[in-house]
Ligand binder design. Structure first.
Ligand SMILES: Nc1ncnc2c1ncn2[C@@H]1O[C@H](COP(=O)(O)OP(=O)(O)O)[C@@H](O)[C@H]1O
Ligand SMILES: [Mg+2]
Length: 218
């Protein structure tokens, strides 16, 4: 079982959105996935309740969790056969971030390529380097064509000692609309660009985690 934590020092960077969408893409790919919501604001917990209310599929499992329970909950999920657990945290340093980073095989930091968001990454990298947890920035492009901004952001991140995930997704209304309906973009409009780019990010993440295919289709 692999554990991925989503962290950032600033709120509103896209952690919860990335967590639920990658969870849904991994489920679509045949994996047993859980999302543990460690943020007191509980965006993922709300998303999970919406899924229940709308009778949407029970996978991925998504629930709130307090930091002190992380280790026990991870052990239970491992025993139950989970392949992947995604830990969503609040946008500031607190107990949850420390516990989530300690439990994680990999940390992802979603970030739009703006000066405001890029300027918050330094302390995040410093903490992750100290913890020696592998980490990548997940860049959220403004549009499919905004390559220059992506290149500049990549250089700024590398200067600050970070790495950018080679697969990116884009700022699109579909992410907000899907989340508001308790869905991932792969469920909401499975043929659209948002779904395709999230599948590509999942495909990169799956390789990075060394997860082999769970389901063989014939
Ligand atoms: N790729 C995206 N495209 C469009 N809106 C996004 C995207 N990612 C996040 N958002 C929006 O940005 C806001 C903050 O995202 P959220 O995932 O809640 O951030 P965090 O969990 O880091 O606080 C939400 O309104 C969400 O719908
Ligand atoms: Mg959040």
């Amino acid at each position: 079982m692999k554990v991925v934590a989503f962290t950032s020092d600033k709120g509103g960077m896209g952690k919860s959105t990335a967590a639920v969408n990658l969870a849904c893409a991994a489920v679509e790919d045949g994996y047993e996935v859980a999302v543990l919501d460690l943020d007191p604001q509980a965006s993922v917990g709300r998303w999970a309740r919406m899924r229940k209310r709308e009778h949407l599929p029970p996978r991925p499992l998504a629930e709130t969790c307090v930091p002190i329970d992380i280790e026990d909950r991870l052990a239970e999920l491992r025993a139950a056969g989970a392949d992947l657990v995604l830990l969503d945290t609040a946008g500031r340093d607190n107990n949850a971030i420390t516990a989530a980073v300690a439990a994680a095989d990999l940390v992802l930091i979603p970030c739009h390529p703006t000066d405001l968001e890029l300027s918050t990454l330094g302390p995040t990298f410093a903490r992750l380097r100290a913890e020696q947890t592998p980490h990548y920035v997940l860049l959220i492009d403004w549009s499919a064509g905004a390559l220059r901004r992506r290149q500049d952001a990549t250089q700024a991140i590398e200067r600050a000692g970070g790495r950018v995930a080679p697969a990116a997704y884009t700022h699109r209304a579909d992410y907000r609309l899907a989340l508001e309906q308790g869905q991932g973009v792969t469920e909401y409009q499975s043929w659209q660009s948002a779904a395709q780019e999230i599948r590509a990010v999942w495909s990169w993440l799956r390789g990075e985690l060394g997860l082999t295919r769970a389901v063989q289709t014939v």
